[in-house]
Design a protein around this ligand. Structure first.
Ligand SMILES: [Zn+2]
Length: 282
């Protein structure tokens, strides 16, 4: 599943190529993948591409509507024109194949000949046309994203104090904090030297501060390396992230801890693979 750094990476790349482009036609190949009247966006000009947590936001000049995209488990976006190809999201061979293919759900044609393909193998992802005003008021009430300035140490400490949850599950609870998925939750707790199954009410002030700093650190590192693309069978030609080369504990079970040499352990927590060093993390 694409995590926040992967979504931020594709956002930056799309923002570079899509701004100023005019939509010529939208072809919906699977109804479930697109919500709204696709014809209403014909002739709309893209103003910018934004992001809130893992939702990509496409804004149009002088338009009260916007298009939002969630890639969910297996969604991917591939932009193609005569000179360029940009791919992001779930990594499969479709990043480099001729499109459309079997899993193409929506095609957006631009007036200059460029095309944006939304592919989604399992079809949990979506594109939705929404009213900008309504969307923005909903966003204001949602949890801050870890990269938002509203995500302060004070906000984080208050969350911990008022909930009594397992720390790793709190970090991944999108209703509390936007954008921390499994990879980054595991690595942040390793950096903070805190066991993933600790209850939040057992954490000291010092540990809370360390977890907060570690989340920021791993997410920023993820964005710096363009996120992670775990499927290395794809000939990505330089596309795709490299954060997988910098994983600290995620998927490192049986390997040696960088700090102490002990073997990294794996357990299941809330159904998700959880990795930690039994010596370094308390
Ligand atoms: Zn260790």
């Amino acid at each position: 599943m694409p995590e926040l750094p992967e979504v931020e990476t594709i956002r930056r790349q799309l923002d570079e190529v899509l701004v100023g482009k005019m939509i010529k036609k939208i072809t919906v190949l699977k109804d479930k993948s697109f919500c709204g009247d696709e014809k209403s966006l014909v002739d709309c000009k893209i103003e910018r591409v934004g992001r809130k947590a893992k939702i990509l936001e496409i804004f149009f000049s002088g338009n009260s509507q916007m298009l939002i995209v969630h890639l969910k488990m297996t969604g991917q976006l591939v932009y193609v024109d005569g000179k360029k190809r940009i791919a992001g999201g779930h990594p499969t061979a479709d990043w480099v194949s001729n499109l459309p293919r079997k899993h193409t759900r929506v095609i957006i044609d631009f007036s200059d000949g460029g095309k944006l393909f939304f592919n989604d193998m399992r079809s949990f992802g979506w594109m939705k046309i929404v009213e900008k005003v309504k969307y923005e008021s909903e966003i204001r009430n949602s949890a801050p994203d870890v990269t938002d300035k509203e995500f302060t140490l004070k906000y984080f400490s208050n969350l911990i104090i008022k909930t009594n949850k397992v720390i790793k599950q709190l970090l991944m609870d999108q209703e509390m904090i936007g954008g921390v998925g499994n990879i980054y939750a595991n690595d942040a707790l390793y950096l903070a030297k805190v066991m993933p199954n600790r209850k939040t009410n057992s954490l000291s002030r010092k540990e809370i501060k360390k977890i907060y700093d570690s989340i920021k650190m791993v997410i920023n590192k993820g964005i710096k390396y363009g996120g992670a693309s775990a499927a290395n069978y794809v000939d990505t030609k330089g596309m795709g992230g490299t954060y997988q080369n910098y994983f600290l504990v995620y998927k490192k079970d049986g390997k040696k801890c960088f700090k102490c040499g002990e073997q990294i352990s794996k357990i299941k927590l809330g159904g998700r693979g959880t990795y930690f060093c039994p010596i370094c993390q308390k």
